[in-house]
Design a protein around this ligand. Structure first.
Ligand code: DOR
Length: 429
């Protein structure tokens, strides 16, 4: 089957391409990129006035399978991804049971193929049962196909285990992804520690908890000379530590979420549990440092940390609500509205951080528009105005801190391996 995307503004961060042209897709791969292509028998997709980009890659989602399907599963989570313009997602192992062995990894890869509508990549646990005591079957899981290793959900406090995990994972050239928040300092807190937490009388998770953990995690990566990726960076101290480490040549990469880039702890004044997340939304000075870090390349990727919970779990008093919320269906709109339309990032930078860079970090073939690459493509309208309505989400997680917001920019078409799987907001599979 041939599909011809005609007359779109093609943006390809891999080679800084920004040009109006056509893309021909054949047998699931990109067959030709050029001007005024005329191909007999091809289905035509008119992209005039729209932006054609490499499919977005979200390197940090929680799809909750196995065991926590009341929150999400592969079918609902990958549909949410497709609706948001993502063609690949990498899911975290904090499930029940924890994904800490190759049998579960193989099972999930299979489930991704039968139930998923976008490419599903698996991240395996670093420690057995995420208990931070014993290494999981890292080598086996890498052979079974995991793209990274992580104990995300909490910080791996055992320096010994993280050191061994880095040594081991580094031998395979895969990154360890850390949730860097010192447990002892952070675990009893509900929100960012600062003026707002003092006013509300809620115990805080101080930014220094993140700084300390990031410093420690970077030191171990430097010592072992192994790749480390810092998840959902939220503190200005962490940004600076990563910046300095990169200057020293440490193999460190980092991601930041749309919510940490655009929201502050002021939002918590409503006690709305949709704003409860770990690490927490911080004050404006931190947000400013995150945007600057993203702009100068200290922070490599934008990742959603899509962490859906069942409605009734979040619909409780603030203290008792679990942390996290859905992010896949709002990510692009939030980033375009908050960073592109305000002139803080160029469109090429946004696309680079949502496709090319995360694909590179995970060692994937996707994230680029070039002949021979998988035809994973997102077509977006940067001007499309819409209002977030959680009830309409494909994800089971019906809480979002962006509920009711007016956003400007949306993905209109998602193409995975050459097939159109989302068009005008509707997932077709
Ligand atoms: O808020 C969060 N929720 N942060 C995490 O790191 C984990 C996530 C979850 O799994 O719910």
């Amino acid at each position: 089957m041939k599909l011809l995307i005609k007359g779109g503004r093609i943006i390809n961060p891999a080679d800084n391409m920004d040009t109006v042209g056509d893309i021909l897709i054949e047998d699931g791969r990109i067959a030709e990129i050029g001007q005024n292509l005329a191909i007999d028998g091809a289905e035509i997709l008119d992209a005039a006035g729209l932006v054609v980009t490499p499919g977005f890659v979200d390197m940090h989602v929680h799809l909750r399978e196995p065991g926590l399907e009341a929150k999400e599963d592969i079918a609902s989570g990958t549909r949410a991804a497709a609706a948001g313009g993502f063609t690949t997602v990498a899911c975290m192992p904090n499930t029940k049971p924890v994904v800490d062995n190759s049998i579960l990894v193989s099972g999930l890869i299979q489930r991704g193929q039968t139930e998923g509508v976008v490419n599903l990549k698996i991240i395996g646990a670093l420690s057995k049962g995420l208990e931070g005591k014993e290494l999981a079957e890292i080598g086996d899981m890498i052979q079974a196909g995991v793209v990274a290793i992580s104990d995300d959900g909490g910080h791996l406090d055992s320096t010994r285990l993280l050191k061994t995990g880095l040594e081991y994972t580094g031998m395979f050239g895969r990154p360890v992804i850390t949730h860097s928040e010192d447990e002892e300092l952070a675990s009893e807190g509900f929100m960012h520690e600062g003026e707002v937490s003092a006013m509300l009388g809620l115990k805080g998770r101080p930014s220094v908890a993140e700084d300390i953990a990031v410093a420690k995690d970077i030191m171990l990566a430097e010592y072992t000379n192994s790749p480390i990726h810092i998840a959902h960076v939220s503190s200005k101290g962490a940004v600076e530590l990563i910046r300095q480490a990169k200057q020293r040549g440490v193999k460190v990469t980092a991601e930041v979420t749309p919510h940490h880039l655009t929201l502050t702890d002021d939002e918590l004044k409503t006690f709305n549990t949709a704003f409860k997340v770990n690490p927490p939304l911080r004050s404006a000075d931190h947000v400013e440092a995150l945007v600057a870090g993203l702009k100068d390349g200290t922070l490599d990727a934008i990742a959603t940390d899509h962490a859906p919970h069942a409605f009734e779990e979040k619909d409780v008093e603030f203290r008792y609500a679990p942390s996290g919320f859905a992010g896949l269906e709002t990510a692009l709109g939030v980033v375009l509205t908050g960073l592109y339309h305000t002139g803080k990032l160029t469109l090429l930078e946004v696309i680079e951080k949502m496709s090319y860079r995360p694909a590179k970090i995970l060692g994937l073939e996707s994230g680029v528009l070039k002949v021979g690459a998988p035809a994973d493509i997102t077509i977006i309208d940067t001007e499309y105005q819409w209002t977030v309505d959680c009830i309409k989400f494909y994800t089971r997680g019906k809480h979002s801190p962006f509920e009711g917001r007016n956003l400007r920019g949306k993905s209109l078409i998602t193409i995975v391996n050459g097939s159109i799987i989302m068009q005008n907001g509707e997932v077709l599979k």
